[in-house]
Design a protein around this ligand. Structure first.
Ligand code: HEM
Length: 118
């Protein structure tokens, strides 16, 4: 079970890297006429964060009897849902710069919450 937790943490970090990496790749590209394009990497990265994050909460509480900071996880979940909403809209049409930048800022915010909220 501990190995499964470490595997999920590993995938949680891969999802984080894919989400922010795909975002940075788009920022460094020139915006198209209709704004910034949300790529599949951003969608898959955000989805990976949701799936692995929820699995980690379940595993810690149900199988490992490890504490979960519900307030911290709740805030991270709300931030990720905001990211997902923007990403889903962005998969249908290009986003205005402000909405697109919000995806990156919210993603970095969640890294900050994960690390500094102790
Ligand atoms: C963009 C979204 C997210 C990012 C960037 C992110 C980032 C991180 C990072 C850097 C860690 C390792 C530091 C730590 O242990 O606190 C972590 C751990 C964790 N995250 Fe996330 N996270 C995100 C979303 C979520 C969501 C939505 C959930 C749950 C619904 C979640 C649940 C967890 C849990 C339970 C841990 C602790 C894992 C353990 O050590 O057992 N995360 N996250």
């Amino acid at each position: 079970m501990e190995f499964l937790r470490l595997l999920l943490v590993f995938l949680h970090f891969i999802g984080l890297a894919v989400l922010i990496g795909a975002f940075v790749a788009q920022v460094s590209g020139r915006p198209t006429d209709g704004g910034f394009t949300v790529t599949a990497g951003m969608w898959h990265g955000a989805l990976t964060q949701l799936v692995t994050g929820l699995a980690l909460v379940g595993l810690r509480e149900a199988a490992l009897d490890l504490p979960v900071d519900n307030a911290k996880i709740g805030v991270k979940l709300v931030v990720l849902i905001a990211i997902l909403v923007l990403v889903i809209i962005g998969r249908r049409r290009n986003l205005a710069p402000g909405a697109f930048m919000a995806i990156g800022l919210l993603s970095v915010l969640n890294v900050g919450i994960a690390v500094f909220w102790v």
